[in-house]
Design a protein. Structure first.
Length: 180
């Protein structure tokens, strides 16, 4: 797939999308007891929704993009969570649905790993045209050939060794005399 164009989002725009997604979910009246975010793209959204809805968060990892090209999906075999047990009604969150493979396979993985789950609904900020997967909740439709640049992606090109002089040296250090 060759990108036709790209659309970039600032942090304030991104936060507005997250609020709109939360409103859409709340307006549906659906009750859930756990949020599962798909890292990396869904981490910020899952964190935001976890705070807004005051629900526990869990994370799993899926990756299928490398250098703006969709490759084979790699899915983690575990779910990280700070609760004793994952909920029964799951809100599965990612940044976007493109092919739908990440969401579909993650739903399948969760159902196989946690047989007590009774319902999984999906939420994304962006639904790309041409997808075969219909998320339960989304905010914006985007053309399939448009590359979405999210505000945290600026760090994709940052490496510690390449930071301007002094930035790496300004990291907080702990001195025993400060701890007394």
């Amino acid at each position: 797939m060759t990108a036709v164009g790209q659309v970039s989002y600032s942090w304030p725009q991104y936060e507005d999308l997250e609020r709109r997604l939360a409103d859409t979910i709340a307006d549906s009246g659906w009750e859930f007891d756990q949020i599962v975010g798909i890292a990396r793209g869904g981490m910020f959204i899952a964190d935001c929704l976890s705070r807004i809805f005051d629900k526990p968060i869990a994370l799993t990892v899926a990756s299928s993009y490398k250098n703006k090209t969709q490759k084979e999906l790699v899915l983690s075999k575990e779910v990280a969570m700070a609760t004793d047990r994952i909920g029964q009604r799951i809100l599965l969150v990612d940044d976007m649905v493109d092919s739908g493979t990440s969401l579909e396979q993650t739903k399948q993985f969760l159902r196989e790993k946690f047989s007590h789950i009774t319902e999984i609904r999906t939420a994304v900020l962006f639904r790309k045209s041409g997808t075969n997967f219909a998320p339960d909740y989304f905010v914006e439709d985007i053309d399939k050939k448009t590359w979405i640049v999210q505000p945290f992606e600026k760090f994709d090109q940052v490496r510690l060794a390449l930071l301007p002089t002094g930035v790496a040296d300004s990291r907080v250090s702990h001195n025993d005399s400060n701890l007394k």
